[in-house]
Design a protein around this ligand. Structure first.
Ligand code: SAM
Ligand code: SF4
Length: 368
């Protein structure tokens, strides 16, 4: 069974996998031998603690910056990782020091067994019996209905995406008239005991950049933290245009027209830099992946809904777990694949390099 990384566009058939666990052909250098229980440290010293698990590439919305309106090529149903397969990977990852599982997609709430996924993952413990944290990033649709069950199952934290508060804009941006469902989901999150609730918006020029202050006020009114994301080249249509991107500096300049912003220290591996609004307690975050990359502190790995490990959103290489999971492989081989993936991680994402090539998968199929 193999730890063969696959460069996208030249996918190796499942049956072509070989037997050397822990060898990264991408780097051309042997990864450390598999040892379940050792931390996942890459060649740049970064310790990995966060595994983002994409549960599906399907979605109830069609956000312009993420998915095409039509013509999606969905992942084959037979390749979607089952609940048992997810739990098996997560157990090994937790033993290797992963402390947070973030469920994402596509839209994670579309997965029929979502409550069971949360329940089974929440029962996993790391070394010394340390509990894991279960977080979710969702578009909020169906959240109002599902939240009690998710909290009961062990969900710890929620990020909900909302790019606009205006119904016509929401419809145009997501190609679906579902703003009311998202607002109901946010209201349910605010009424729940989960804290902090984070709201995510991709800032877009001439689309929602006149709503930044309104979005922050909406968030604080729900005791939530607003976070603005710089738009990244991850849309399925490959239409990203750097010159039209709203930058962190522009976002902060707009917000400074309304609040005094004080930087919050101690960001650690978090993607968002934060500022207190008028001294607090509320704060706003900016995820400046393009103009202020935070790769040096990245502690994240990703598992796609079809069982591919990725060490970066922008990586061109994937590490296929399906042959191990479905071919009678052992946990040590899952561990070996995690280590190969970590070992192959580059120091940074190179979006700003002229030779940068956008990943073939859209954001919905990678897992945000
Ligand atoms: N469907 C869920 C949602 O929208 O929250 C989870 C998956 S979505 C891919 C995760 C996050 O990625 C969302 O906050 C979304 O706004 C963000 N996202 C998607 N495409 C993006 C892009 N091209 N640039 C920046 N953020 C993006
Ligand atoms: Fe769906 Fe989330 Fe992508 Fe929007 S950003 S299309 S909600 S996966």
């Amino acid at each position: 069974m193999s730890a063969i990384p696959v460069t996208i566009g030249r996918r190796v058939p499942v049956s072509a996998a070989s037997a050397d666990v822990g060898v990264s052909a991408a780097a051309g250098v042997a990864a450390p031998a598999a040892t379940i229980g050792a931390p996942l440290v890459d060649t740049h010293g970064r310790v990995h603690r966060d595994l983002r698990i994409s549960l599906t590439d399907r979605c109830s919305l069609r956000c312009t910056y993420c998915m095409p309106e039509q013509g999606n090529e969905w992942l084959a149903k037979s390749s979607i990782v089952s609940l048992d397969e997810i739990v098996r990977i997560a157990r090994v990852a937790a033993a290797d020091g992963i402390t947070t599982f973030r469920l994402t997609g596509g839209e994670p709430l579309l997965r029929a067994d979502i409550v069971e996924v949360v329940r089974r993952l929440a029962a996993i413990t790391g070394p010394g019996g340390r509990p894991v944290e279960i977080a979710m990033t969702t578009n909020g649709i169906r959240l109002a209905e599902l939240l009690p069950g998710l909290v009961d199952a062990g969900l710890d934290r929620l990020n909900i995406s909302i790019d606009t508060l205006r119904r016509d804009r929401f419809h145009a941006l997501t190609r679906r008239d579902r703003l009311d469902d998202v607002l109901a989901g946010i209201a349910a999150a605010a009424a729940s005991g989960l804290r902090p609730v984070k709201l995510n918006a991709v800032a877009m020029r001439d689309v929602n950049d006149d709503e930044l202050v309104d979005l922050v006020e909406f968030a604080t009114g729900h005791d939530a933290q607003m976070r603005f994301i710089e738009q990244m080249p991850l849309d399925a249509g490959h239409t990203w245009d750097r010159s039209r991107m709203v930058t962190q500096d522009e976002i902060l300049a707009t917000l400074r027209g309304r609040w005094t912003l004080t930087p919050v220290p101690g960001r650690g591996g978090a993607p968002a830099a934060r500022w207190l609004l008028d001294g607090g307690p509320h704060s706003v975050g900016v995820i400046a992946s393009v103009t202020a990359p935070f790769c040096g502190d990245c502690d994240r790995l990703r598992l796609t809904a079809d069982g591919q490990l990725r060490n970066c959103l922008f990586s061109a290489t994937e590490y296929d777990l399906l042959p191990i999971l479905r071919g009678g492989g052992e946990d040590g081989q899952v561990d070996g694949m995690l280590r190969s993936c970590v070992h192959g991680k580059l120091p940074g994402h190179a979006i700003n390099d002229p030779s940068f090539l956008q990943p073939v998968r859209g954001m919905n199929a990678i897992g945000g």
